[in-house]
Design a protein around this ligand. Sequence first.
Ligand SMILES: Nc1ncnc2c1ncn2[C@@H]1O[C@H](COP(=O)(O)OP(=O)(O)OP(=O)(O)O)[C@@H](O)[C@H]1O
Ligand SMILES: [Mg+2]
Length: 643
Amino acid sequence: MNGSYSMQSFKFVSEVKRDVWKDAGEERPVPSCCLSVSNISYTVSERLGPWWDLPSYKRRWTRQILHDVSFHVDSGQIMGILGNSGSGKTTLLDAISGRIGNSGTLCGEVFINGRKLNREQFQDCFSYVLQSDNLLSYLTVEETLTYTAQLALRKHSAEAIKKKVSAVMAELSLSHVAHSVIGGRVFPGISGGERRRVSIASQLLQDPKVILLDEPTTGLDSMTANQIVVLLAELARRDRIVIVTIHQPRSELFRVFSRIAIMSCGELVFCGQPEEMVDFFSQCGYECPEYCNPFDIYVDFTSVDTRSTEREAATFSRMHEITSSYQASAIYQSMLGRMEQILQQAEKPAIPFKSKESPSSAAKLGVLLRRTVRNLSRDRMGVLMRLSQNLIYGLFVAFFVMHLDSDVTKGAVQDRIGIIYQSVGASPYTGMLNAVALFPALRAISDQESQDGLYSKWQMFLAYIFHILPFSIISVFIFTSFLYWTVGMHPDSMRFLGFSAVVLVPHIVGELLTVVLLGVVQDPNMVNSGVALLNIAGILVGSGFLRSTEQMPQVFQWLSYLTFQKYSCELLIVTEFHGLNFTCSKPLPGACLISQGDQIIDQGYPGALSRYTLDFILLYSFLPALLLLGMASYKIRDYLVRH
Ligand SMILES: Nc1ncnc2c1ncn2[C@@H]1O[C@H](COP(=O)(O)OP(=O)(O)OP(=O)(O)O)[C@@H](O)[C@H]1O
Ligand SMILES: [Mg+2]
């Protein structure tokens, strides 16, 4: 069977999109930009065994994930990268977009218009659409794109941004859903295909010349997947380079791609035009049978089957045989020749960087704050829970205590201490629960957008923290207003304000500490446990309720100064007990020793009255200290997160 015969096998292929260069007789424009990738290799050092098998865990081996990958694409072309799972497609995109982890060694060169890019320039040149859509559920499509445009483009006026967003929506056929919300797991929004298009549109706002997309069709039905690829081909036709990794494309897409690359075990087994691919594989003796999907067949021919040692050896040698044939072929040589010609050019066009007129840090923070508030404030249930959660546990406490007595034999002292213990001990948990529920989604977005160069991760952290302040103040105020007056604490409005101001801090610290730890610990469950344990430890060491501070070993006494619980409890003890007089209805021996609240202060917290202002300052200084810690944590995250 020869090449021309095998071409006939694809007669059923739709001819609608035969070639992105020529559409209804249009002439091929001169490409304004080209991407050359030369000998990209990526090697990682891995441990031989799992940590529980110590001898093998201690030994390392070097694994090459990408082997000397080279290709060349001109603007106006769309290249599809195929290959079975684990063949290195994502790693290749990560490598050429400058997002590869620091754990391995990357070699090779990337050129745009024949000019070599340094690694810092990769991100400024390429737009990268990740496999998962990280979008805010409660924003509309237009709002999503407008906020991204505001973060990316500074010199543009509001009117220009509006026009840009409308143009991008029109280009991606999103205008009809401009005012629909994105949607999430718990409530419906736009379709999966539309969501993909919003992710692509967000990248187009910066006018990139090179767009990389990792599996943009995964999870979509086959018709929507086809529409996305055809749309990407249209984007490429407007003088852009589009590179897309794809699983199981339908055979109709065969001619939509201008170039098809096949990867296997980190090697580029083939890269060329669709027609060349058919001829090449036929010449190698691997025909695509009639009525079969060429994508599936050629990927199968080049994949390594690891189900048995014999099959692995046979398929591995077949893969190598095809790779060697490709490297000896005229297709590969002409690609190298074209690359060489571009590199040798005397007059090289400039590197087309993305629009990078980003606003000042303060302006970005403002945009992030507005975006976060708008998104979260539309979550009615979330807002309601946020505002009422402290009140709900206040109801439990009030129901349990009912009314505070002034009679020491009826729990006047113990009940008051119990309320203080609850107010300081429990309020960090509500803050922690909020952060664990809300922040990981924002963190995923900030990981992506910071790699797109829109802002730094710490700016998203600050925006989140600033946005919680009004919610926290209202929520704590509702709680204290209810509890304070219902159970009958010290009836003085200034003391009530003091009580509220003190309880506010543990609540915010709980949320703040959780968000800080989420910067360096990926798993929210671990952060949950960590904050809970820290809070338990803090209240044990700092409150002086379980064991008097004076009786604790010296090291715990020192540690107590590092806990916000120490200052909170001391302040609340003074707020409640100072100037309080008790009665005693059962004059049993020893029962009426305490007749004044100040005795409690003097015994348990000597000098607390004179430290009142200082305690307030120290308590509130936890907030800026944690803010600084958070900024450091999200700077560290910059190094930790490389997907
Ligand atoms: N930093 C790393 N350390 C160790 N192994 C890695 C690293 N990055 C990638 N790999 C390995 O390299 C191989 C290629 O991974 P990659 O994600 O690029 O494959 P893929 O072709 O995109 O697969 P899929 O189609 O399933 O998405 C995999 O076996 C993966 O485990
Ligand atoms: Mg992948």
